[in-house]
Design a protein. Structure first.
Length: 400
């Protein structure tokens, strides 16, 4: 049976066919995107006029503080591979665009969540297929997504969620369990109603978030609300990338998540001259080889070429100290800077504390309340996205 509900879309002139019948008008939205670019007095691109950049800063300002987060996450990325993904409202097609953005999402996800794990599931012909299991192997996930070809049949949300539920239900209770669905279909061909799978999701404390590529679909919204996830519909390719990036930030922990001490190992990277087989590539015969260097598990001595990873022999989580440090910044995020105008600066000769750039009358300036340092837009976003520490506060004591 086909389970789909009220589709909310505005059918108007934007979606009308051209008089010559050559196609839809919205298919040409990207033809003159250069007209949206504006320059500053110095001849540089004014980033603050870009909608995507303003949206990016808004997400920074809305980050939760003083909230318990689940920094250890187990996430399944569920990708729609039905025939609807061959549409060309995203260039060159929906599916190719989603593949490219999902690759970027996985790399950024591990950059911000190094002690978490992610898996990939695709759905086509009404069947779910596990592309890769939950792991911390970035290269494996990216290569599997790059190998995807062809979009066929109908999308089945039920079958995709059921497959993801089997992989997440046995995960430890102290870790966050999440599913991120990227769906381009307006219908879901399911073997039975969604009530049973929704009950299983709620019981297993699995959060389902959906990113739609078309109009709003009621069944997607229902699933997201029932599991305390989010449902958002993209506007364009840039907005889709920002929606995916928003899932890199850990969500607030639920009451069902039990705090627990987690045993971890810090393997040294050494070259001992003894040949051993890297456990990362045991299953891949083409890449399996004997090496004399790598990370050795402190418990069983198994060798790995990269961390973080879960030891296949003793199940010990192997990490490095920087991985824990990178996860720590989510718990205490840097406060957003206050936006001011360059005209309000006391000294006209003041420059950006980060790049030494000169402020002009049209420059958007951002001030740190702790040290009263001023930054340009580019440095402000770099500090909040990458550094997570104010350079002004680190170089001098804060103003009291």
């Amino acid at each position: 049976s086909v389970l789909s509900s009220g589709i909310n879309a505005e059918y108007g002139e934007t979606y009308a066919m051209d008089e010559d019948g050559e196609g839809y008008r919205w298919e040409g939205n990207y033809d003159k995107t250069w007209e949206l670019i504006k320059e500053t007095d110095g001849g540089l691109v004014d980033l603050t006029t870009n909608h995507a950049m303003r949206e990016k800063r808004r997400l920074v300002q809305e980050r939760l503080t003083n909230v318990k987060l689940g920094v250890m996450r187990h996430v399944f990325l569920l990708i729609d591979q039905s025939a609807n993904m061959d549409d060309i409202d995203l260039k060159p097609t929906r599916f190719i665009c989603v593949k490219k953005l999902c690759e970027k999402f996985i790399m950024e996800f591990y950059d911000q969540n190094p002690i978490s794990q992610i898996g990939v599931i695709t759905v086509k012909n009404g069947k779910g297929q596990k592309l890769s299991d939950l792991s911390s192997n970035i290269n494996k996930h990216v290569s599997n997504i790059q190998s995807l070809t062809g979009c066929e049949g109908q999308f089945s949300l039920y079958n995709g969620l059921e497959l993801a539920h089997k992989g997440l239900s046995n995960m430890p209770s102290y870790a966050s369990r999440e599913i991120v669905v990227v769906a381009g279909s307006l219908t879901s061909v399911d073997p039975q109603p969604m009530d049973e799978i929704l009950a299983n999701m709620v019981q297993s404390n699995i959060r389902v978030s959906v990113i739609g590529l078309s109009a709003s679909v009621q069944i997607f919204n229902r699933v997201a609300l029932a599991t305390k996830g989010s449902y958002q519909v993209m506007l364009d390719e840039v907005h889709l990338q920002e929606l995916l990036r928003s899932h890199c930030v850990p969500p607030a922990a639920t009451p069902a998540m039990e705090p627990s001490l987690v045993k971890m190992g810090f393997p040294p990277h050494s070259t001992d001259g003894v040949l051993s087989l890297c456990q990362c590539h045991v299953e891949d015969k083409a890449k399996a080889e004997l090496t004399t260097f790598g990370f050795s598990c402190p418990t069983c001595g198994s060798r790995y070429c990269e961390v973080p990873i879960e030891c296949k022999t003793c199940s010990l989580t192997l990490v490095c100290a920087p991985h824990l440090a990178r996860s720590y910044h989510h718990l205490f995020p840097l406060a957003s800077f206050v936006e001011t105008s360059a005209n309000e600066l006391i000294d006209d000769s003041m420059v950006c504390e980060g790049c030494d750039g000169i402020f002009t009358d049209q420059t958007h300036v951002y001030r740190c309340d702790s040290c009263n340092s001023y930054f340009c837009y580019t440095c402000d976003m770099f500090i909040h996205d990458m550094l997570h520490h104010c350079p002004g506060c680190e170089s001098r004591p804060p103003v009291r």
